[in-house]
Design a protein around this ligand. Structure first.
Ligand code: C5P
Length: 428
């Protein structure tokens, strides 16, 4: 595929050579179009060396071939990373004062913008209006991640990680890194995935919940779409900045409670070939939900809370599964005096009966949020099917690789060789 990689002048530009590399390694021809300010962060020589193509910033270079029109016509995908507030404003207004913005006016292919800026600039009504305008026009603007920014500040405005930008961009173009890398090995499959954590209301303002961010489920959805699957994502209380990296084409259903998650997953599972329960489901809910806010007692006495057990959605999906359907569960475990993380995982794999159980260790600093993750894959008898770790995308690929192997072994076809990239992620 012929890709234009626009780079505007923000500090996150230093990470964009990784985007370029990944696209090139996937076999795409990439022409980089930086703005003049972008060259203050990463120089022309870097872009030229990594892309193998000339790099210019101005419409007055290459005038004989009318570059902005030719590049725009030839492009099959445009990715701009980072997209600064200024770039978003110029693109929304249709200003064409350099090669990148002029080219944006000539392209008809999918356009994906990965904004990065300080939180105040991202949240400013002018920027939000520009983003809305671009989205109305069909431009895919990825919500920035929440996290550390250039200085000591932190908040929404961080550029999504390069591998996420690549996944979203290729999925938007109807191709995928994995499609090219692994032959679109989930092509034709319908996959239902739950993500996030359920909340059980106590009263109109309080709930019982958990610390799941939904990032692992979202990574599963994005990578499955990138590998060619048709994905339905049931998101329980997942922040919009986390959902921002979900590619177009993934159907998202947002839910709050376990009952809502169960209903949505049962409906999605009815037509799914593969079902993944990555959501952290509240095991208990209050026996009653008050319609009024619970008040403190004047005498200082404390009320006790009566809980009732929630249904085990995964177990229900396993017992009602369609013929040939593959069901994957996740188990977040901590080791204790009764056994290690894996001991508990094995017992759970046998109890739940899912085809695959991805067991990971959790604690205050591991497993939740924007942190690397590690999983051990177990089958329904508790036997080890391997382990893998890295980013949440890496973990997602480990799960999909295992699903692909399971599908091939069931259909009697030769087990596909694990792709080089997957082999790097899979051990044990
Ligand atoms: O028992 P535990 O909560 O550790 O099991 C984790 C797995 O079971 C996850 O896949 C989770 O989505 C699923 N689960 C469920 N319904 C529950 C509790 C967990 O589907 N009530």
């Amino acid at each position: 595929m012929r890709i234009l990689l626009g780079v505007s002048g923000g500090i996150a530009a230093y990470k964009v050579p990784s985007v370029l590399r990944a696209l090139r390694e996937d076999g795409h021809a990439v022409r980089v179009i930086p703005t003049r300010a972008a060259l203050d962060f990463v120089g022309r020589a870097t872009w030229e060396a990594l892309s193998g193509e000339p790099v210019t910033t101005s419409v007055f270079d290459g005038t004989e071939s009318v570059d902005h029109v030719r590049l725009g016509r030839e492009a099959e995908l445009v990715v701009v990373a980072p997209a600064t507030a200024d770039l978003l404003a110029r693109a929304a207004a249709g200003i064409a004062d350099d090669l990148l913005t002029a080219t944006l006016l000539t392209v008809t292919c999918p356009v994906v913008l990965a904004p990065a800026m300080h939180t105040e600039m991202w949240l400013h009504p002018a920027t939000q209006r520009n983003v809305a305008t671009l989205r109305e026009r069909g431009v895919h603007v990825i919500d920035p991640a929440v996290g550390r920014l250039t200085g000591a500040d932190s908040g929404p405005g961080r550029m999504p990680e390069p591998h996420q930008i690549v996944d979203v961009a290729l999925a938007a173009a109807g191709a995928s890194g994995a499609t090219d890398r692994d032959g679109g090995d989930l092509q034709g499959l319908q996959i239902a995935i739950s993500a996030g954590g359920t909340r059980e209301p106590l009263d109109p303002v309080r709930f019982l919940g958990n610390r799941s961010s939904g990032r692992q489920g979202v990574a599963l959805a994005a990578t499955a779409a990138a590998r060619g699957a048709q994905v339905r994502l049931v998101a329980a209380n997942v922040d919009s900045s986390v959902l921002g990296v979900v590619p177009d084409g993934v159907q998202i259903t947002s839910v709050e409670t376990t009952a809502e998650l169960q209903e949505a997953m049962l409906e999605a599972a009815a037509s799914a070939d593969v079902v993944v329960m990555a959501a952290a489901v509240a095991d208990f809910r209050p026996a009653q939900t008050r319609t009024e806010k619970t008040k403190k007692h004047a005498d200082g006495s404390v009320e006790s809370l009566e809980l009732v057990q929630n249904p085990d959605i995964l177990a229900g999906l396993v017992s009602g599964r369609r013929e040939g359907q593959i069901i994957v569960g996740f188990a977040a475990e901590t080791g204790d005096a009764d056994g290690s993380v894996l001991d508990h995982g094995r017992a759970k794999a046998r109890r739940k009966g899912a085809d695959l159980l991805a067991v990971n260790a959790v604690g205050a600093d591991v497993g939740f949020g924007d942190v690397p993750n590690e999983v051990h894959l177990l089958d329904a008898s508790g036997s080890d099917l391997g382990a893998g770790g890295g980013t949440k995308d890496d973990v997602a690929h480990v799960v999909w690789d295992a699903v692909v192997r399971l599908l091939s072994s069931r259909s009697g076809s030769e087990t596909p060789t694990v792709s080089t990239s997957a082999a790097g992620r899979l051990s044990g």
